[in-house]
Structure formats: structure tokens, C-alpha cells
Design a protein around this ligand. Structure first.
Ligand SMILES: CC(C)=CCC/C(C)=C/CC/C(C)=C/CC/C(C)=C/COC[C@@H](COP(=O)(O)O)OC/C=C(\C)CC/C=C(\C)CC/C=C(\C)CCC=C(C)C
Ligand SMILES: Nc1ccn([C@@H]2O[C@H](COP(=O)(O)OP(=O)(O)OP(=O)(O)O)[C@@H](O)[C@H]2O)c(=O)n1
Ligand SMILES: [Mg+2]
Length: 182
């Protein structure tokens, strides 16, 4: 695969895992998942992980995956690029669900390490959602996963995701959509 094909595959295949975190910020609020419960004096997850944000995020990512599947044949013709095979139904759910599960796991780890809601955890913040999205996708459909995420695509995903995460968060902060720029 040439470099353009690798970049296009990495971005296309990960979009349904990128959008859920954005959508959760926009749709979040209401009752927290942990119901306010604590463990060893600290919140289990905190007020930043809500049912509404999680549901909104998964819905946004799954809808986007279905939209990408719908435009797949046309775009492949028009752009003359090799896109990954359409997202199988299990992957349509695994990518966004994994992304938010990764983010929720990171909040659990942040609370266990004494970090308050909104505190940064460099490294974890940038890769939590992508690692869990990839793991869940591999479990959901191993054939699609290995055909799409070749070693070079996987390396590209792990390289571009932190850059995209940092830039999206700075833009969202400047637009007053997030209270911290990370
Ligand atoms: C479908 C809905 C409801 C919203 C879509 C909004 C949107 C513009 C999505 C772009 C998707 C995308 C390509 C994102 C970049 C990949 C990425 C790593 C995203 C991680 O999201 C971070 C998120 C919160 O993260 P956290 O929970 O871990 O802290 O960021 C907050 C984002 C928002 C509140 C949404 C609004 C975002 C913008 C206005 C910025 C748009 C920026 C880009 C498209 C990327 C531009 C940067 C480069 C270098 C290309
Ligand atoms: N599952 C989720 C993820 C995010 N959000 C919303 O998106 C905001 C930003 O997300 P994030 O940065 O992940 O949460 P933080 O508030 O920073 O909390 P934490 O320290 O636990 O990451 C949250 O405050 C919350 O309003 C949500 O409602 N539900
Ligand atoms: Mg945060």
C-alpha cells in the first residue's frame, strides 16, 4: 500500500471511533453512570461519564459507520482510492462502543490515581479510546480487522490519533465546547 492509501484506510476505518468522544462532549450531561457512588473515598468514574453522553456517542459513531458504508461504492469510484471493505454490522457497534469504553476505563484509572474530573493523564487520554476500539473490533470480526489494520495501518493509527486528539481538543476548548484544552 502506498502512503496515501495507508492514511486514507487509517482515517476511514477509525472515523466511527473518533466521532463518539466528540459527540459525548456535545450530548453529555444528566445522571452519571456510577450514580454518584464512591470506592475508597473517590468516585468510581465521576460526573464526566454520563448515560446520555455514552448513548449519544455510540449512536453518532454507529450512524456515521452506516453513512460511510452507504457512500462507500460511490466514493471509491469518484476518488479512485482503495477504501477498506464496508464495516460489518458487529464492527459498526464495536468501534464506537470500544471508543467510549476506553474513555470510561481511563476515567476509572484516573479516579484510582487521585486525579479529579477533568485532570489530564498524558498518553492515556490520547490512546485510551483507540486501543479499546481496536480490541473490541478485533473480537467482533477478526477477518475484517486483519484485512483492514495491516501493521502499517495500525502504526499510522497509533501515530496520527494523538496528533488529532490534541488538535481537536484545543479547537473544542477555543470554541468553549470543552472546559480544558486536553
Ligand atoms: C457527529 C457529531 C455530533 C460531531 C462531530 C464533530 C466533529 C467535527 C468530529 C470530527 C471527528 C474527528 C476527525 C476527530 C479527530 C479525531 C479524534 C482523536 C477525536 C477525539 O475527540 C476528542 C474529543 C474529546 O476527547 P476526550 O473525551 O478524550 O477528552 O474532543 C472534543 C471535540 C468536540 C467537543 C467536538 C467539536 C470538535 C471540533 C469543533 C474540532 C473539529 C476538529 C477536527 C475535525 C480535526 C482538525 C484537526 C486536524 C489536525 C485535521
Ligand atoms: N461517556 C461520556 C464521555 C464524556 N461525556 C461528556 O464529555 C465531557 C468531556 O469528556 P471527558 O474529557 O472524557 O471527561 P472529563 O469531564 O474530563 O472527566 P474525566 O476526568 O473522567 O475524563 C464530560 O465532562 C461529559 O460532559 C459524557 O457525558 N459521557
Ligand atoms: Mg477530560
Amino acid at each position: 500500500m502506498d502512503i496515501v492509501a495507508v492514511l486514507v484506510t487509517a482515517f476511514w476505518a477509525m472515523l466511527p471511533a473518533y466521532v463518539p468522544n466528540n459527540a459525548a462532549v456535545l450530548t453529555g450531561g444528566g445522571p452519571p453512570i456510577d450514580g454518584g457512588r464512591t470506592w475508597n473515598g473517590e468516585r468510581i468514574l465521576g460526573d464526566g461519564k454520563t448515560w446520555r453522553g455514552t448513548g449519544g456517542g455510540i449512536a453518532a459513531g454507529a450512524i456515521l459507520a452506516l453513512l460511510l458504508n452507504a457512500v462507500h461504492p460511490t466514493l471509491q469510484d469518484v476518488l479512485a482510492v482503495q477504501l477498506p471493505a464496508p464495516f460489518p454490522p458487529a464492527v459498526v457497534l464495536a468501534l464506537p462502543t470500544g471508543a467510549l469504553l476506553g474513555d470510561i476505563t481511563a476515567s476509572f484509572l484516573k479516579r484510582r490515581t487521585g486525579r479529579e474530573r477533568g485532570a489530564a493523564f498524558p498518553g492515556l487520554d490520547q490512546l485510551d479510546f483507540v486501543v479499546m476500539a481496536l480490541v473490541l473490533t478485533a473480537v467482533a470480526d477478526w477477518g475484517w480487522f486483519t484485512a483492514t489494520f495491516t501493521p502499517e495501518v495500525l502504526a499510522t493509527v497509533l501515530l496520527i490519533t494523538p496528533l488529532l486528539h490534541v488538535s481537536t481538543n484545543v479547537i473544542a476548548y477555543k470554541l468553549s465546547l470543552k472546559s480544558e484544552p486536553w
